[in-house]
Write a protein that binds this ligand. Structure first.
Ligand code: AMP
Length: 281
């Protein structure tokens, strides 16, 4: 596996290799890699001639400084995992490489996606995500970009970004990888104490209660049940929402042919976790 730090070096390597390869896949990450990240890489490798992973803990997407400072970093182990998984190139830029001129910040018109759910609770977060992904798209020009359904709203934001940039990159959304007790894998899980870790599957439990409950109860009632499960597990709730899967606008009536998704964001001891479940396609 090649490890490249400078964007210019990566662009050069890509343009040299593209003569022999038709497709380049990109898996952007913030590191502290787990099986969820590696499943994206597997998907990428099975469809693309060159698999590129990036690790960049993007300061621009953290609206909370403490969260940024406490974000787990394990570059050496990540390199080992990527190498073992057959990654071709790891892009490991630093902040100056990604943002050489901090005074030049572009605003992306994300419309309502910027102010609902994650956008509401993490102001500026998606602008930061878009700045980093735009740079990755420019440097790597991937055929496909692999993302996890775990960050459902982020997937919609990046689809919108690709449209705004008139990019040809295809966005591939891969299913959420879970621990055996249902907890969605997340780098943030590393920060949970043993006691908190035991309570954390309440998120997935609450999502399943919503899915099951919606067969006979209304949205308001199942949301109440989900909230009570989360509170009993000591979660502070940001949102429990049932929404249209394409727009993320809340729905009160799920008897529609549209895709419906349930989404939760909640914190346990200030460790904020998110998860979602498709109610119907
Ligand atoms: P992160 O490093 O948290 O920014 O995540 C990098 C990519 O991995 C994003 O596209 C995430 O949606 C995806 N991802 C994170 N956790 C999981 C998971 N449990 N299953 C599948 N994909 C995931």
């Amino acid at each position: 596996m090649l490890i490249i730090k400078r964007p210019g070096d990566l662009s050069k390597t890509i343009s040299e290799r593209i003569f022999h390869a038709k497709t380049i896949g990109l898996v952007p990450t913030m590191g502290a890699l787990h099986q969820g990240h590696l499943s994206l890489l597997d998907e990428c490798k099975s469809h693309c001639d060159i698999a590129v992973a990036s690790i960049f803990v993007n300061p621009a997407q953290f609206n909370n400084r403490e969260d940024f400072k406490k974000y787990p970093v394990s570059v050496e182990t990540d390199i080992y995992k990527l190498e073992r998984q057959g990654c071709d190139i790891l892009f490991l830029p630093d902040v100056q490489d990604m943002y050489p001129d901090p005074s030049k910040t572009q605003h992306f018109d994300l419309a309502h996606l910027e102010i609902i759910l994650e956008g509401k609770y993490r102001p500026g977060h998606f602008q930061g995500v878009c700045s980093a992904v735009k740079k990755l798209l420019e440097v790597i020009t991937p055929t496909s970009l692999y993302m996890g359904q775990k960050d459902y709203q982020q997937c919609l934001v990046i689809k919108k970004l690709v449209l705004l940039l008139k990019s040809n990159t295809q966005i591939v959304i891969c299913k959420t990888v879970r621990e055996t007790d249902g907890l969605a894998m997340s780098s943030r899980n590393l920060r949970l104490t043993e006691k908190e870790r035991k309570k954390a599957p309440a998120l997935y439990h609450a999502l399943n209660i919503i899915k099951k409950g919606l067969n006979h109860d209304n949205v308001a009632d199942v949301r109440k049940q989900a909230c009570s499960i989360l509170r009993s597990a000591d979660f502070n709730i940001d949102y429990v929402e049932v929404a249209d899967g394409n727009t993320l606008m809340p729905v009160e009536n799920i008897k529609t042919p549209n895709k419906i998704v349930a989404l939760i964001a909640a914190s346990i001891n200030n460790i904020r976790l998110i998860d979602n479940l498709i109610i119907h396609e």
